[in-house]
Design a protein around this ligand. Structure first.
Ligand SMILES: N[C@@H](CCC(=O)N[C@@H](CS)C(=O)NCC(=O)O)C(=O)O
Length: 237
């Protein structure tokens, strides 16, 4: 029998989030990797599932093929479906959703732009120091907010690992890829180590493929070239 959840994803910060959830929850799922080099995320069949033409997306075969896009909404949906990683108690539930929104509206977009201007624009001949400075400084500020929140706490909402941690970890942990310093952010670094140590997270980060360069490991030159080439069309002549 097919698994309920059919996930369309790729090896990116947003793409890893539902994979981490599903590995942590220990439920079976089917994963279809979306190949950006073939622009599969813009294909008509995919746009029927995700009008934004981006990953990730889930289809819940166990719920009339109900489709969910936007990684934060996907985590929320999965948390409710499987009754995991989101408290039923109104206050911790609201706190979890607050930190989930903080990731979706802050950490993700800002670190994403820090990555874009340093890892994609610059190698394509568009060095923009003003943009780099803006997004790196804002990313660092947001990581300091996380660090303050994590002082005296194991996870973003008290002692319980939640969808707020699952959403935030891939972005914040990719600070080497975004070239944002975490120096002096001891509580944040301890939280990284705590989540790095979760076997489900390590399994998830191998799917659909491992990208050691995100986490500051391994030689990133091949990945950097491949990634920059994918966006070369963004550069105006
Ligand atoms: N807010 C969306 C962002 C999704 C997103 O930006 N996905 C990227 C990968 S991390 C993507 O699909 N990029 C391909 C493209 O832009 O065509 C979410 O959280 O799901």
């Amino acid at each position: 029998m097919a698994a309920d959840i059919h996930l369309y994803s790729a090896a990116t910060m947003n793409g890893y989030k539902p994979i981490i959830f599903l590995e942590e929850a220990g439920v079976s799922y089917d994963l279809t990797p979306i190949d950006f080099s073939k622009q599969e995320q813009k294909a008509d069949w995919y746009l029927e599932l995700n009008p934004n033409g981006r990953i990730p997306t889930i289809v819940d075969r166990g719920n009339d093929d109900f489709t969910v896009f936007e990684s934060g909404a996907i985590l929320w949906y999965l948390a409710e479906k499987y009754g995991q990683f989101l408290s039923d108690d109104p206050k911790p539930r609201s706190e979890t959703l607050q930190w989930l929104m903080f990731q979706m509206a802050g950490i993700g977009p800002m670190m994403g732009q820090a990555m874009y201007f340093q890892r994609i624009a610059a190698p394509n001949g568009q060095e923009e120091p003003f943009s780099i400075q803006r997004y790196v400084a804002e990313s660092r500020r947001l990581l300091e907010v996380l660090d303050r929140r994590l002082q005296g706490r194991d996870y973003l909402v008290g002692d319980a690992y939640s969808i707020a941690d699952i959403a935030t970890y891939p972005w914040a942990r990719a600070y080497p890829w975004a070239k944002v310093s975490v120096e002096g952010l001891d509580a944040l670094q301890a939280w990284f180590a705590r989540i790095d140590g979760r076997p489900a997270v390590q399994r998830a980060l191998q799917k659909p493929k491992a990208v050691p360069a995100f986490w500051g490991a391994g030689d990133d030159s091949a990945f950097l070239a491949e990634n920059a080439a994918r966006f070369a069309g963004d550069v105006k002549a």
